[in-house]
Write a protein of this length. Structure first.
Length: 339
């Protein structure tokens, strides 16, 4: 069924979307997840605005798990009507709907204000997805809200916000303000926030006081922080004038020789190669010692460019990542368990 859904997802015929919408409401339970995945792929290739009305009608009568597939499909549609419908769904009382909407709105830059509003949602899963989606949209209007979210009490929100802050501020005149927020986040007590702040600085092409980054690279208790610091050290070394590269080169050499975690030592020796190609990715979150996806499972998704997305899976146990850098993906220990 999954293979068939992947094949159908590549179809570029709008009529297929109508057939899949009809089948989604009438199919047996074991077929619905595959149909939802196929529908998401088909609608991603459609520019037929009339299909948005069909999706809206289907949303009224579908079960919760199928709703996630339909909301995901709206996020992948490149028509303004789909974005407007998502903006309406963002006001729904069901937090699961709002979580998925916050993820899906990454594909609709015209609805950036809706995402900024969702950053104030009572549910941390909604806020975490909104922060991540704002990073993809790279709208300067989101900088104040992301700067505030970097201090959120929930680690998933703060961790996503510092990564997004670096993405959004990279080409914005307010990048100095973002740089200060990210440098302060390097002292956060939560390791995934510190790692995310280092990643944000790398995307911003900025550093902090050299001794602060060097200290994290050598002495931080969590290996993912040291890994992110190694990535930033490589960038700072390549950007610095020859007369100022020595501290970074020495730190990387010490890491190669003395680092206790193999992945960090390897990264210190060989810089991360960021892929240029992108692809849409569906991730099935299967917790350790289990054999199937778990609804609303906490996750930490590490992308091929070193960014780490935090949050909870949808009602199907699935995470959708639009325009992910092509390359390896991995699931790390969820943020709440990171020590």
């Amino acid at each position: 069924r999954r293979a068939a859904s992947q094949a159908l997802a590549a179809v570029r015929i709008d009529a297929a979307a109508g057939q899949l919408l009809h089948r989604l409401g009438a199919a047996a339970e074991q077929d619905r997840q595959a149909l939802g995945m196929a529908l998401s792929g088909v609608l991603a290739r459609s520019h037929d605005a009339s299909l948005v009305a069909r999706v809206k009608q289907t949303l009224v009568s579908t079960r919760e798990t199928e709703r996630d597939a339909l909301i995901e499909a709206l996020g992948r549609m490149h028509v303004a009507a789909a974005g407007r419908l998502l903006a309406q769904l963002a006001k729904r009382p069901q937090r699961d709907d709002r979580r998925k909407v916050a993820e899906a709105l990454a594909g609709h830059p015209a609805e950036v204000q809706v995402l900024i509003d969702l950053l104030r949602d009572a549910d941390p899963g909604v806020r975490a997805n909104a922060a991540w989606s704002l990073g993809k949209q790279r709208a300067g209007a989101a900088l104040p809200a992301l700067s505030k979210a970097a201090h959120d009490i929930e680690v998933t929100v703060a961790g996503n916000a510092v990564v997004a802050l670096g993405q959004v501020a990279a080409n914005d005149p307010q990048r100095n303000d973002a740089n200060r927020v990210l440098c302060r986040a390097l002292d956060d007590y939560r390791p995934y926030v510190r790692a995310g702040a280092l990643t944000g600085l790398r995307q911003l092409h900025r550093g902090c006081k050299p001794q602060l980054v060097l200290r994290l690279a050598r002495h931080d208790d969590h290996w993912r922080v040291r890994l992110a610091a190694a990535d930033l050290l490589h960038q700072l070394a390549s950007a610095a004038p020859p007369s100022q590269r020595r501290p970074y080169a020495l730190a990387l050499r010490h890491c190669v020789q003395e680092e206790r975690h193999a992945a960090v030592a390897a990264r210190c020796e060989t810089p991360l190669q960021v892929p240029s190609a992108q692809e849409d990715v569906v991730v099935f979150v299967i917790p350790t010692a289990q054999t199937s996806t778990q609804p609303r499972a906490p996750f930490a998704l590490v992308l091929a460019d070193g960014r780490m997305r935090l949050g909870v899976a949808d009602r199907r146990g699935i995470v959708f990542e639009a325009n992910a850098p092509a390359g390896s993906l991995s699931l790390a220990v969820p943020a709440a368990l990171a020590r």
